[in-house]
Design a protein around this ligand. Structure first.
Ligand SMILES: Cc1cc2nc3c(=O)[nH]c(=O)nc-3n(C[C@H](O)[C@H](O)[C@H](O)COP(=O)(O)OP(=O)(O)OC[C@H]3O[C@@H](n4cnc5c(N)ncnc54)[C@H](O)[C@@H]3O)c2cc1C
Length: 502
């Protein structure tokens, strides 16, 4: 046990490295978007802003930079020159490999937020996270990407199998609804409902639960959304360059408030550098090691032999075990999809199984290798549907077996205090003196779809402000101050909290 603990600590304290070059193949990225391997004939030699990473965080940052510049009536010649660096293909990290579930679960962490940040802090954080559902769907609609990104609201159900955890969650939900009275969108509020085990059996035909929660959530293909948005930015923002297959290898401070970002294709001198690499974020911000740790997650696509009648593409599910959970969204693949199954019916995107990896999932902490998959997580995920959703007695509709279409892994960034880290960072984070201004945006603890967009948008405004480009706050994202990356927080955030938080 001691050996395992010291191996874990060694992994968490180590540099996460550069993303591996042969990742497992993610279903979402097949077929790849036409700009997935885009790069300029020559790497730009300088930029005002270099963003490292090309996932949803980088996408939100670029969109906000572009919109704010336009809204500020700034002369186009003064727009910042932006370079996005991506080690592999476009959006090939967590965003292109995830479950696409937009789901805020305050009934699971309200007490922690309330006790740690007070009622007002807990409210701000929760409203910030809840806002993602409507905003992401609105963006998809406004950009004409609703269909291609499959962005939709779903009725979600969390099926609970641990009595203690269920009771605790019911109490948290009650407290959450009281504390948030008058602060919630009535449309969302009206959907929160706790069900008993008997009610679950009656409503869903599922036996063996302690109870469930139903509420509103969302689902989408984040890869499709992000790749199409980047494509549209390139067409409307000539000062944007996206350089795939171009890993940042190191950062060297130079005189005159610049740093060089060193890549295998040459160097870029930049005045502002944004770290948007989530699980890899501490590679160039060593102060964040053990504060944001890489954790490997597993996803699969399964086609049930017979579809449970209660669940369609407008639903999503989670299985809650007290320790660990699984999550499922359901999609009908487009007719030109390369993913053909011999079993007819929608594809179930099934993720989770983390705690079934060795040592209750700790073997996946500190791991940045998404070229391999935890065998135990995979084995568990691929057996779960027939076990949980068998046909009810005397009814044909239930899962007796599944056809597995795909299984892959991806890297998340777990934060030691469960909140993202956003803002300008100094020497205590980077261990560099002088040079460019540097910023961090990441550490979403496996819940990027309800954190990353707002964090990226808020950070972009800060960067513009620090560049002397004034932008109004109308309609803008305000990142809760609790997510700010301060030196004091760096001191306080303790990896030992992870055991109680996840
Ligand atoms: C299997 C899995 C399932 C998930 N399911 C969900 C879900 O259902 N709902 C939810 O809310 N969240 C989910 N998440 C989490 C979510 O995907 C992430 O929080 C989110 O995508 C992070 O976005 P990002 O843009 O910050 O980072 P990423 O999307 O990981 O992008 C970072 C990019 O940086 C690149 N990079 C790293 N280092 C360098 C370097 N040195 N130079 C250049 N580029 C570099 C990487 O290649 C990567 O493309 C899941 C994650 C995984 C892995």
């Amino acid at each position: 046990m001691e050996d395992q603990l010291s191996a874990l600590l060694r992994r968490l304290e180590a540099a996460p490295g550069i993303p591996v070059q042969n990742p497992t193949s993610s279903y979402w990225q097949e077929p790849p978007h036409p700009i997935s391997n885009i790069q300029s004939p020559e790497l730009p030699s300088s930029a005002d802003i270099v963003i490292i990473g090309s996932g949803i965080t980088a996408c939100s940052i670029v969109k906000t930079l572009l919109e704010c510049c336009r809204d500020s009536a700034l002369d186009e010649s003064k727009y910042p020159r932006v370079v996005v660096l991506e080690a592999r293909s476009l959006c090939s990290g967590g965003t292109g490999r995830n479950g696409g579930h937009i789901k805020e679960t305050p009934h699971e962490h309200w007490n922690y937020l309330r006790e740690t940040f007070g009622v007002e802090g807990a409210r701000d954080i929760t409203r910030f996270r809840l806002k993602h559902l409507d905003d992401i769907l609105k963006i998809a609609k406004k950009e004409g990407l609703e269909c291609v990104a499959e962005a939709r609201k779903v009725k979600t159900v969390d099926l609970h199998y641990d009595r203690e955890f269920y009771r605790e969650s019911v109490d948290q939900l009650k407290r959450f609804l009281v504390d948030m009275d008058g602060f919630l969108d009535p449309e969302i509020d009206a959907h929160w409902k706790a069900l008993t085990g008997e009610e679950v059996l009656k409503e869903f035909g599922i036996d063996g639960t302690c109870g469930a929660f139903t509420y509103l959530a969302g689902a989408l293909s984040p890869y499709a959304l992000v790749a199409h948005l980047f494509d549209s930015f390139l067409r409307s923002y000539p000062k944007l360059h996206i350089e795939t297959s171009t890993p940042a290898l190191s950062i060297t401070p130079l005189p005159s408030s610049l740093s060089s970002v060193n890549t295998p294709r040459g160097i870029i001198k930049a005045s502002h550098i944004i770290h948007a690499t989530n699980g890899h974020i501490s590679q160039f911000l060593p102060g964040l090691r053990t504060k944001i740790q890489p954790v490997r997650g597993t996803m699969s696509v399964q086609v049930p032999s017979s579809q449970p009648a209660k669940f369609t593409t407008d639903d999503s599910l989670s299985f809650m075990w007290g320790k660990g959970f699984e999550y499922i969204t359901i999609r009908t693949p487009p007719t030109d999809s390369p993913h053909k199954s011999s079993t007819p019916g929608p594809h179930w995107m099934v993720g989770g199984g983390l705690v079934h990896a060795p040592h209750e999932g700790l073997s996946e902490f500190g791991v940045t290798d998404d070229a391999t998959i935890s065998l135990q997580s995979k084995a568990y995920l691929l057996g779960i549907l027939p076990s949980i959703l068998p046909p009810p007695p005397d009814q044909p509709n239930g899962v007796t077996n599944v056809e597995t279409l795909s299984c892959w892994s991806g890297i998340m960034g777990f934060s030691a205090d469960a909140l993202p880290w956003v803002g300008r960072v100094g020497e205590r984070y980077s261990r560099r003196r002088g040079g460019a201004k540097e910023y961090v945006c990441g550490g979403y603890s496996g819940e990027g779809m309800v954190n990353a967009w707002g964090c990226g948008a808020g950070l972009a405004r800060l960067v513009l402000h620090e560049m002397g480009i004034e932008v109004g706050m109308k309609g803008g994202w305000m990142v809760p101050w609790e997510m700010e990356a301060t030196d004091e927080r760096l001191e306080r955030a303790d990896i030992r909290n992870l055991a109680t938080l996840f």
